[in-house]
Design a protein around this ligand. Sequence first.
Ligand code: ZN
Length: 297
Amino acid sequence: MTGGAATRFAPAPTGRLHLGHLANAIYVWGFARRLGGRVLLRIEDHDRQRCRPEYEAALLDDLDRLALAADEPSTDELRAGPSPYRQSDCGPIYEAALEELARATDVYACDCSRATFTAWREASGRSWSGPGCPGGCLGRGLESRSGLTLRAALGSGEEGWDDLLLGPQSGAVSSDGDLPVRDRNGNWTYGFCVVVDDIRHGVDLVVRGSDLSDATPAQVRLARLLRRPVAPRFAHHPLIRRADGSKLSKADGATAIAELLDTGRSREQLFGEVLQRLGLARAGEPVPFEEATALVG
Ligand SMILES: [Zn+2]
């Protein structure tokens, strides 16, 4: 690409922005600055049951309060109406990508439930691992309809990548079975949308939490099937955790950005707290965002 790397900050509006998002933002902007790249803002609201417009509105307000401005689009552009950077506005794009994918490989309806996977594990003594699905749905010719998962056969084997933070990585493409592209409720899946979006938005640097590194082999393979000539680079960063070591979730009100700012904490104090939880700064030191990004890029 010309003009340096393009990366993205891509929250899902399923809850309030919390300190975990701030850790991701520091890494996203940090790598963008180090590599002379741009940051795109993308609203990942592919899950229509879990995402809510009021969470998106709050998320945009929180970004403004934190003075976290993407190069494209502005928060006001997203507030103004439909946007190519909001997944729920892009249904026809995913339909078209699905058609292209179906020309490259098998896409099929699957009626396997969680119970199907459990029954397979109990019968065989090990967890299901792909490709395919435990019910053998690829060969059953089920009609695609609501209530069934749509899967894409990505094939077998592994895909590797040289992670900017983790070093050389590789993993099985279909370790949990063939990739779901649309779930039983009719939602496009995370694993499908992000690959389509990164192609159409020209994103060539994916910076995200290390909990998503297991999803990367399937995404590398899917991108190739969608005729992406070169895979993006990846940087999977550490997650911040609760004091007891468990993963932060959106339900952790104590870490919601808006509440912390409302109680008088400054932006710099929040950035400092995140850096401290990442082991990158001493406790209690406020850190300006520019300095925070310089510590991780
Ligand atoms: Zn199945």
